[in-house]
Design a protein around this ligand. Sequence first.
Ligand SMILES: [Zn+2]
Length: 117
Amino acid sequence: MKEKKCPVCEKGKLVHVEDIVSEVEGYFFIEKGNRCTSCGEEFIPEEEGQKMIKVARRMKIWGKPLKLYRKLSKSGRGTVLRIPSDLEKNLDIRGDEIVIISKVGKNKILIEIESAS
Ligand SMILES: [Zn+2]
């Protein structure tokens, strides 16, 4: 692998990372790219950016100001977040899928649908 120098600070080198977070209309996408070891600037290669745009388009969120606000509620065993029905339809969620929940940044939660059984 060739080492690339960061074009921003010109001190650090760029290392491959797979956890660059992009936000589109309140949705978060994890992308592959490079991050500078010195200043932390992130670079997303063209094809990765295109992939994200494609996914965003498929979810029909690209270029649409779709932000969904939901209030959490308490149930006997914990906190419940209801998935809005339009999103449910859009993602074909049936309600028995396994999801991966990750903490992103300080106050964001990323929910990925892993599989439908
Ligand atoms: Zn840098």
